[in-house]
Design a protein around this ligand. Sequence first.
Ligand code: G16
Ligand code: MG
Length: 215
Amino acid sequence: AIQAIIFDLDGVLTDTAWYHYRAWKALADELAVPFTEQDNEQLKGVDRLNSLRWIAQKGGLALSTAEEARLMAQKNAHYLELIQHMSPADLYPGVQPLFAAIKAKGWKIGLASASKNAAFVLDRLGIAGDFNYVADANQVQNSKPDPEVFLLAASGLGVAPAHCIGVEDAVAGIEAICAAGMRPVGIGEPARLVQASLVVPQIAALSIAQLQALA
Ligand code: G16
Ligand code: MG
């Protein structure tokens, strides 16, 4: 039986991808590396260091560890500036009723995000208090598709992975959920998220009945 739903943050509960894109784009421009919104699709769910390495590789740049650290700090400062004005209005429609329905079932709510800024974003969205446990990139060594962040969320919730459903928009995230031994729900296109048991176009289309049926 289902006992917990573990959500990814960016692309599932809110659209921070646009802000990540603007911050990476500014950095790529400075490095003279071509970088488009389509390129940014590849970086969804990918952590900060691996995102920078993806851009550096695209530009054929070899960065030292010190340069990587400086560029990551620069990108993050810009990203933080861009997300300062996020508010509950940035929460995707459908999240609040879904959370209410999950709580009414007595199921727990967890977060598994590749972002180090997850707690700040939850706070800005006004939903920090809805989570029984928040796992993010500050606490894990291995980035998605490794299952570590989902397994940490499950253990923080005190629920065995087999009793959890994971909800993700990124291919690497769905892989992480599968590797964790949880049931995967995708947000986006079925053709892209082939490993997911169920795919809906956006979170507003996800019902408690569909989640219950995965049990
Ligand atoms: C998010 C985004 C990624 C971003 C990553 C790291 O992951 O999807 O694009 O690179 O976080 O973010 P930060 O630089 O804030 O640590 P998720 O797992 O919430 O989709
Ligand atoms: Mg995501």
